[in-house]
Design a protein around this ligand. Structure first.
Ligand code: SF4
Length: 260
């Protein structure tokens, strides 16, 4: 009897679809230590960590790693107390520039959002897509896509900070739309770029299906963490733990600038 349709479908899946990478557990060996820089600012919910932080800690524990969690204000002092440098530092995208400045160049650094772009989606594609930022012009349409409909607080990263950083970088106002939850814009093809959150609330299947919709609409996609790091000049630093994504980011750069 020939293979069942289910077996055929499984054989067509990308290699990492059925067994996606862990959040961070493969980036250090058991017995190692990760430092998580997690600001508890006014956007943070009272009395608990946000899901990406909690899931990263759990993943570290599941892989035999120690996880030291600090706010940015305590980061330098915590690093100084360590006998050995950490195997990995993960920070909130909003403090990536400051964290990069405080982290020794020999210590791998990335962001929570980038970890989730890899675990839930396609980090290589997100790294390539970030180069579209270089080509944006004032007036271009950009979509910010958040995978959950959380209550937006003052200075919300998707609705306020990211549009502000993009506007400053591009040198003029962009036409920025925000969609949240399971909404998908009917006019997706109108956007020059879609910036997606890490999707911590989504399953990998849901995120890949979302990415596929953008691909079908011909819209390049990137991720908050990659984009914010690019806007602050530290994209290569935070993509360094992921050689394929770093290569894709550099390829995109070369494609945009034949002299680089
Ligand atoms: S699903 Fe996206 S917007 Fe919602 S908490 Fe997770 S990363 Fe943030």
């Amino acid at each position: 009897m020939g293979p069942l349709w289910k077996d055929i479908l499984i054989s067509l899946c990308p290699d990492d679809f059925l067994s996606p990478p862990p959040i961070l557990g493969d980036l250090a060996v058991p017995g190692g230590m990760v430092v998580l820089v997690a600001p508890q600012d006014k956007q943070a919910p009272k009395g608990r960590l946000i899901l990406p932080q909690a899931q990263a800690i759990r993943d570290a524990l599941d892989h035999g790693l120690a996880a030291l969690t600090v706010q940015l204000t305590d980061y330098a002092a915590a690093l100084a107390k360590l006998v050995h440098p950490p195997d990995l530092v993960v920070c909130d995208s909003q403090v990536v520039e400051a964290t990069a400045a405080l982290t020794p160049a020999t210590v791998p650094l990335t962001t929570f959002s980038i970890l989730f772009a890899r675990a839930k989606g396609d980090l290589v594609d997100a790294a390539r897509g970030a180069q579209v930022i270089e080509t944006l012009k004032p007036g271009d349409r950009v979509l910010i896509s958040e995978s959950c409909s959380h209550h937006a607080m003052e200075d919300d990263i998707g609705r306020v900070k990211l549009p502000r950083w993009l506007t400053k970088y591009v040198g003029g106002e962009l036409a920025v739309d925000v969609c949240s939850g399971r909404d998908f814009p009917a006019n997706a093809a109108d956007y020059r770029l879609a910036l997606l959150c890490g999707g911590c609330m989504l399953s990998r299947r849901e995120m890949l299906s979302r990415l596929q919709k953008f691909r079908r609409a011909g819209v390049p996609v990137t991720n908050y963490g990659v984009a914010i790091s690019a806007l602050h000049g530290v994209a290569e630093r935070v993509l360094s733990p992921f050689p394929a994504a770093l290569a894709a980011y550099r390829e995109g750069k070369g494609a945009l600038c034949p002299l680089s």
